[in-house]
Design a binder for this molecule. Structure first.
Ligand SMILES: *Cc1c(COP(=O)(O)O)cnc(C)c1O
Length: 228
């Protein structure tokens, strides 16, 4: 059943990319509040990258799925006191949004795991309720990240405001693309623009998302309580 949902979603991504004349983005399956068995089922259907919001919940699933070749992304807000576990247990941290986190992530990255891939989270619609740095703070974070050999700067991530108005939503994705292009002009190895979720992946892909983060459209509605 999850295999069918995966095929449907991959087709939807292909269609969106084709309509926009862009390459299809990578798919990150967002497994927050989903059981480890559901992750295993989707992995068996061919999905390799999974995103989690909470460090403790992710670690429980990682332990349950030890030995399975999964690429784990942290997409939830990272508290400073969790930086060590994040650096040890994830392949990517998409939510680096303040310079203070950066040395802690670098220091705690186990050398045998290779560099930790990081994205800078941008609060593109300047929402009080959202984490992420201001667009004008990206450069400061970039400088901090590239100074850490244990970290690899891969790009930017955003969660735009859920405006009803499609044009306003699309404008946020467009502003993220412009920031990403500015970043790439100086750091050509930054190859990832993470934006777009179940409800809005088409406009995100149209504006150049290279990775979309999808939960509901793959797994169905999330259980309201943690099921791990
Ligand atoms: C939950 C979540 C998603 C997935 O949202 P869906 O609407 O279920 O696709 C994507 N990104 C982040 C940061 C999330 O917290």
């Amino acid at each position: 059943m999850l295999a069918d949902a995966l095929q449907t979603l991959l087709q939807r991504l292909d269609n969106a990319a084709h309509a926009a004349g862009r390459p299809a983005p990578r798919l990150l399956a967002v497994s927050k509040r989903q059981a480890a068995t559901a992750v295993a089922e989707l992995h068996a259907a061919g999905q390799r990258a999974f995103g989690e919001n909470y460090v403790q919940e992710a670690i429980a699933k990682q332990d349950a799925l030890a030995g399975v070749d999964i690429e784990w992304h942290l997409i939830g807000h990272l508290q400073s006191n969790k930086a060590r576990e994040a650096a040890e247990r994830f392949d990517w941290v998409q939510t680096v949004d303040r310079a203070r986190l950066v040395p802690a992530l670098g220091r705690h990255r186990p050398p045998e795991r290779g560099p930790l891939n990081v994205l800078i989270q941008v609060n593109i619609d300047d929402e009080a309720s959202k984490h992420g740095c201001a667009p004008e703070d990206v450069d400061t974070l970039v400088a901090a990240i590239v100074a850490e050999p244990a970290l690899r700067l891969r790009g930017l991530m955003a969660i735009p405001a859920p405006f009803e108005d499609a044009a306003r939503r699309r404008d946020a994705f467009r502003r993220m693309r412009l920031l990403f292009e500015q970043l790439r002009a100086r750091h050509p190895n930054a190859d990832t623009l993470s934006m777009g979720m179940s409800e809005d992946l088409e406009p995100a892909v149209a504006e150049g998302a290279t990775l979309v983060r999808v939960g509901t459209a793959l797994f169905g509605a999330r259980p309201s309580k943690e099921t791990t």
